[in-house]
Design a protein around this ligand. Structure first.
Ligand SMILES: Cc1ncc(COP(=O)(O)O)c(C=O)c1O
Length: 403
């Protein structure tokens, strides 16, 4: 017998990447985009992205940077001017004494979460994440060799994480806690007292607290955003703050986020960054500097629009039979319970419900299973009032067919 069968070379993917899930929010968005490209009118309530344009002054600063030739590499952790401005902003708000050496700017908050996770999480470390959680936290922890340990939060308490939730799942291997407030997907805002206890507890056992405040400006109904960074001076070895220009200033495509931490953590994160992206885009850094200097007015206008949509959306969703939704304090998402529809017309879980809504109503929502809660779906109100109204109407009629 000759070698008449030509062997095709195999692609040998690493275990590391095979164990990783593709971001489920992206998977749903891709289906919606595909349908839209086929000419289907999809109401897309999936995206975690402001529907507002980036403020004009910020765009102008980006253009100016190009015109002035500010188009080359910068310092790895971001320009001194940007890091100074970010440190000064925290110091002004919280009385901290952060300096440029405590700040790293990168290609989105996501990159800094990743860098810090790689810098602080070792094989075998357990990292506590309140659940429901943002999709990338567990995958990033796993990628670093750690084990995500979920701390379920109470829907009766509108999913606000508490110290007791965290403590209940702690073990000797707990090495860190990741808190996201306001939370994607639930909108929950952690209470000051609970956050302070978590910070103290982390410090007492030499665990880190990674605090993601990407949605810090979007809180409603008098709720107050509390940043863990306010206690930085007391616990500099413990607290890592992560933040982003993406949502606050409608700058998702500019890819500019940052972290503040002890300078040893920042140096470590910077080492990793130096071997991956080197530095965030020079143009985006110039634009970010402008936004930090004077974008507040525009941020307020966006906040007002989100608030108005939220105040309309929640009662509208609650008026649909079987759907139950709390009034989350923040972000631009709601997380209604949908399980009353399980077991009807082929709908078994949040994924099949989301598929049904896309097929039957042409409305895209994200299944809660992606965020660790199969009884819910995530609906984003970062879309116009007109589209929201259309979307809710369609959801109502599609679900009525299941009753
Ligand atoms: C909770 C949370 N953290 C971080 C990010 C990352 O944002 P970016 O990488 O655009 O700064 C997102 C984006 O969706 C998010 O929802």
């Amino acid at each position: 017998m000759g070698m008449d069968v030509v062997m095709k070379p195999r692609i040998r993917l690493t275990r590391r990447v095979s164990e990783m899930q593709i971001s489920p929010t992206l998977a749903m968005m891709n289906r919606a985009i595909e349908l839209t490209a086929q000419g289907v009118d999809v109401v897309d309530l999936g995206p975690g992205e402001p529907d507002f344009p980036t403020p004009t002054s910020v765009c102008a600063a980006g253009k100016r940077a190009i015109d002035q030739g500010f188009t080359k590499y910068t310092s790895g952790n971001g320009t001194k001017a940007l890091r100074d401005a970010l440190a000064a902003r925290y110091n002004r708000r919280y009385g901290t004494s952060l300096a440029a050496e405590n700040v790293i700017a990168g290609t989105g908050g996501k990159q800094e979460l990743f860098n810090v996770t790689l810098a602080l999480v070792d094989k075998g470390d357990e990292i506590i994440i309140p659940s429901p959680y943002w999709v990338s936290f567990p995958d990033q922890v796993q990628f670093a060799g750690g084990t995500p340990v979920f701390a379920p939060t109470d829907p009766q308490n509108d999913f606000r994480p508490t110290f007791a939730d965290i403590e209940a799942v702690a073990t000797e291997r707990t090495r860190g806690v990741i808190i996201n407030s306001p939370c994607n997907p639930t909108g929950a805002v952690i209470a000051e007292k609970e956050l302070h206890r978590i910070v103290e507890w982390c410090a007492s056992r030499e665990a880190f607290l990674m605090f993601d405040e990407t949605y810090e400006f979007f809180v409603y109904d008098g709720a107050k955003h509390v940043s863990a960074v306010r206690w930085f001076n007391d616990y500099p070895e413990t607290i890592v703050g992560v933040n982003s220009m993406s949502k606050t200033f409608a700058m998702t495509g500019w890819r500019l986020g940052y972290a503040v931490a002890h300078r040893d953590v920042i140096t470590a994160a910077g080492k990793i960054q130096s071997h991956s992206t080197s530095n965030p885009s020079s143009i985006s850094q110039a634009a970010a500097l402008e936004a930090l200097g004077g974008g507040e007015e525009e941020v307020r206008r966006m906040w007002e629009a989100y608030r108005e949509r939220r105040d309309w959306l929640i009662p509208a969703i609650n008026s649909i039979d079987g759907l139950r939704c709390a009034y989350p304090d923040g972000a631009f998402y709601i997380f209604p319970e949908v399980k009353a529809y399980f077991g009807r017309g082929g709908v078994r879980d949040s994924q099949t419900l989301a598929n049904y809504l896309l097929d039957e109503a042409r409305v895209a929502v994200i299944p809660g299973a992606a965020f660790g809660s199969d009884d819910h779906v995530r609906i984003s109100y970062a879309t116009s009032m007109e589209r929201l109204k259309e979307g809710v109407l369609r959801i109502g009629s599609a679900l009525a067919k299941l009753r």
